[in-house]
Design a protein around this ligand. Structure first.
Ligand code: ATP
Ligand code: MG
Ligand code: MG
Length: 541
């Protein structure tokens, strides 16, 4: 790594805090966000080097071209994939894409910024306006609906990364330029947030959107998404909070800073809140990094080496045609008839926990939708929508998780049409739910043991015969009688049986039924056990 001297230190002011005092209506919170999102393009923004998506495990300075390390004489060549990704995001946010936008240089000197300036869009950003709608129904905010409006979206290049070490007691900085010139989008919102729940919901929603559009991993932890919070109270100057590595830091920093400012205002000590300042988050408190007087003059200027981005009139309409259905529309569709999913289940099909999610939501969603259709084709209108939902989203996914089998593999042996057949067995009560669980797990476990190589489709009738999983419903079945008698015989305690038959302790019947269900591994229905126990014990109530 390159070594450079460390050039600043943090000023620390310790402020006691207590989270128990939460928001007070007389101190109105106003928040705006600036979000930097790394685009997962194949190459960097202005060079051909690989845009590595695994920054933490990569060898430092491996993905660097002459341009990325700013060798004199190298020139930028714009990566059109980054423009395409920015268009997708702008369309999803309903932002107005400018037919002409332009790159500017933002000058400052830092070890991980070898050019001495960052290429960004200051005067003519890529897009302006747009919004994200938050709602009580989908996002759990307090208001029924709240729009967070967007000021602008700009394309810019990322800087390198500095690592501070203390070698031989000299503080040195190691510079890794793998990240230098990685494409970023900076999204700036208006200060429309007035509640912490809205901030949390917005971040989650925006993160899911970039994953859904496949334009970024959206991970906060790796720095693929970085959120700066601007916060002010009752019209005082805004404070910008930086260095917030994850959602809990964002939330805790807002709580802390809100409280710090409330305390200052309530004591009348507002002089420090007259001018904007930038503060960092230490993990437990915010500390001042710089004030307005020390604001850097970036000497913005149009980059003379980069021409305008001049979009042909039909480009946007063509990108629009290729846009997928957006998560909110998808959620609303899934929560309505015929699917009638709960919010939680709809989210499982729409929200990705990360981009490399084993059960990629896109694969899962199409699996669910296809199986749903096939199931209703097989059983007609009397089918219950709950059956595919519960069995796919809960049982099947749970098994895959336990067995570490990816859905993309499992669907080779259980394609939607086959899973629909399985659901039909449950619908027709050919097998009980308990037997269904055993059967499904057995099929998947056998598949896993073959290292997912044996791709033969399961033969359900054969398996049901082999494991004697057929639901038994004849009342006079010998097995039922002997099971019930056996269970009763185990209760040598007379009072137990007496209290049950007299009706004094009716819940004991449920206990006996439970034992029966367990012993028959769920093949015999609870109602059959109930009838048989009542008959044998001559229960009249
Ligand atoms: N009164 C206010 N209270 C809280 N936030 C505010 C207020 N006024 C503006 N903001 C927020 O401050 C942010 C300003 O971001 P912007 O990128 O325009 O400027 P900057 O922070 O000065 O520049 P840089 O990108 O160099 O950090 C926006 O998110 C906006 O919503
Ligand atoms: Mg800012
Ligand atoms: Mg900004």
């Amino acid at each position: 790594m390159l070594r450079v001297a460390r050039c600043y230190s943090l000023a620390r002011t310790k402020v006691a805090h207590n989270y128990s005092t939460i928001f007070r209506p007389e101190y109105a919170l106003k928040c705006g966000l600036e979000i930097h999102t790394q685009l997962s393009t194949r190459n960097k923004l202005f060079s051909q080097s690989t845009n590595s998506s695994t920054p933490l495990v990569d060898v430092p300075n491996r993905h660097t071209s002459f341009y990325d390390i700013a060798l004199p004489g190298t020139q930028p060549v714009l990566n059109l994939e980054a423009i395409l990704f920015a268009m997708k995001l702008s369309l999803a946010l309903n932002s107005q894409v400018n037919s002409v936008s332009q790159f500017d240089r933002k000058h400052y000197f830092y070890g991980d910024q070898p050019q001495g300036y960052q290429v960004t869009q200051h005067y003519r950003p890529f897009a302006r306006g747009g919004k994200i709608n938050l709602s009580k129904e989908l996002d759990g905010i307090d208001e029924s609906s709240k729009d967070i409006s967007i000021v602008q979206l700009q394309i810019e290049q990322d800087t390198g990364k500095s690592h501070y070490t203390d070698a031989d007691k000299d503080v040195i900085t190691l510079v890794d330029l793998n990240r230098s010139n990685v494409p970023l989008i900076e999204l700036v919102t208006n200060p429309d947030f007035n509640d912490i729940k809205q901030v949390r919901a917005f971040i989650k929603k925006y993160q899911n959107l970039v994953r859904h559009l496949h334009i970024s991993s959206g991970d906060l932890e790796t720095g693929a998404m970085r959120v700066d919070v601007n916060l002010s109270i009752n019209g005082f100057a805004r404070v910008e909070l930086k260095n917030l590595p994850n959602t809990s830091s964002i939330i805790n920093a807002i709580k802390y800073e809100y409280q710090r400012q409330v305390e200052l205002i309530s004591r009348g000590e507002t002089s420090s809140l007259m001018e904007p300042e930038t503060r960092g988050w230490t993990g437990s408190s915010t500390v001042k990094l710089r004030s307005k007087e020390t604001t850097i003059d970036y000497r913005y200027m149009p980059d003379p080496e980069l021409p305008y981005i001049n979009l042909a009139p039909d480009v946007m309409s063509r990108v629009k045609e290729s846009m997928p259905q957006l998560p909110d529309d998808m959620m609303r569709m899934l929560m309505k008839k015929p699917y009638q999913l709960s919010l939680k289940d709809a989210k499982i099909l729409t929200y990705n926990s990360n981009q490399n999610d084993m059960y990629n939501h896109k694969v899962l969603r199409s699996y669910y939708l296809e199986t749903f259709q096939e199931f209703f084709k097989l059983v007609g209108e009397q089918g219950s929508a709950k059956l595919p939902t519960n069995w796919i989203i809960h049982e099947f996914l749970g098994d895959l998780n336990k067995l570490h089998v990816p859905l993309i593999k499992a669907q080779e042996i259980l394609p939607p049409i086959v899973f629909a057949e399985f659901l039909k067995l449950l619908h027709a009560e050919t097998i009980s739910p308990t037997s269904g669980k055993l059967l499904l797990f057995h099929i998947l476990e056998t598949f896993q043991r073959s290292n997912c190589r044996d791709r033969s489709i399961p033969d359900f009738p054969k398996l049901i015969r082999e494991f004697e999983l057929h639901a038994i419903d004849q009342v006079d079945s010998q097995e039922l009688v002997s099971l019930c008698s056996d269970i009763i015989a185990q209760h040598t305690d007379d009072t137990f049986i007496r209290n049950l038959t007299s009706g004094k302790k009716r819940t004991s019947l449920k206990f006996l039924i439970g034992q029966g269900m367990r012993r028959s591994q769920g093949r015999i229905k609870a109602s059959e056990f109930e009838k048989k126990f009542k008959e044998i014990l001559d229960i009249q109530w």
